[in-house]
Design a protein around this ligand. Structure first.
Ligand SMILES: Nc1ncnc2c1ncn2[C@@H]1O[C@H](COP(=O)(O)OP(=O)(O)OP(=O)(O)O)[C@@H](O)[C@H]1O
Length: 245
């Protein structure tokens, strides 16, 4: 059976990316020469134990963090070659683990405000279409405190989706949701790939969440140690157990 990389081009590519953090005991490597591509129209899960460097990898891939060494490409374009406005728009495609919503604004206003930050101010029809895509048409006028955790997560996704991007980076999509809520969010991300033709890269520690992906990339101690295409939750859990440092 052909593997995903054989049939799909990478939209995002990390080449020998290393990240060091300076600590009391000198430099500490968090990512070590990570080379990985995220294929187009594919949902990829980056999986690994706590502290493996998953979120750091996602931040580097989305331009939120600059690697100490190595390069990150979007298509053939290096992120370093982007100007500040382009980079700001690109960074807005990162969906944070915790919803970062403005409490005084409604759902509609939170999404509109996100599009303004990118410099690509969205029109009313685009905002309403985004709310429809994430299942929040009826909550457009509600403030974050009036929404469930799952709905807040949907608003957070909508803030990145409003500019109709081809890529999304999602940090722990099902975190702090119950099983059913997490499953619905994963269905939403899958629909973005299958119906929307988007590329989604997510980070998770949960094998059941990872099994919703087309591909799982295992990260341990800041290094890519394996990949599985079209995995089951049991396969992901077994690989994680095998690779515990
Ligand atoms: N800004 C920073 N300064 C110093 N150390 C950091 C910084 N950010 C992350 N780290 C450290 O780098 C390591 C990797 O962090 P990261 O959040 O990328 O891992 P993770 O795999 O996403 O972990 P988790 O699953 O627990 O969120 C951790 O040990 C963390 O403490």
């Amino acid at each position: 059976m052909p593997q995903i990389a054989d049939i799909r081009l990478p939209v995002i590519q990390l080449v020998k990316v290393s990240v060091d953090y300076r600590g009391a005991k000198g430099n500490r490597p968090v990512l070590s020469e990570v080379s990985v591509g995220f294929p187009e129209r594919t949902l990829t899960a980056v999986v690994g134990p706590s502290g493996a460097g998953k979120s750091t990898l996602l931040r580097c891939a989305s331009g939120l963090e600059r690697p100490s060494q190595g390069k990150v490409f979007r298509g053939s374009r290096e992120l370093d070659a982007m100007d500040e406005q382009e980079l700001t728009a690109f960074r807005s495609l990162f969906v944070p683990q915790q919803p970062e919503l403005l409490p005084a604004l409604t759902t509609y206003e939170n999404v509109a405000q996100a599009s303004c930050i990118t410099g690509l101010k969205a029109q009313q029809t685009a905002i309403m279409e985004t709310l429809r895509q994430v299942g929040l048409e009826d909550e457009a006028g509600q403030k974050p405190a009036e929404l469930s955790a799952e709905q807040q997560k949907r608003v957070t996704i909508a803030r990145s989706l409003v500019t109709d991007p081809e890529i999304l980076f999602v940090d722990e999509p099902a975190d702090s949701l119950d099983h059913a809520g997490g499953r619905r969010i994963m269905n939403l991300l899958r629909a973005m790939v299958e119906q929307g033709g988007r590329t989604v890269v997510m980070v998770t520690r949960d094998p059941a969440v990872a099994a919703c992906a087309d591909r799982v990339v295992f990260l341990v101690g800041g290094r890519v140690v394996g990949k599985i295409d079209w995995p089951t939750a049991d396969e992901v859990a077994a690989e994680l157990a095998r690779q515990q440092p």
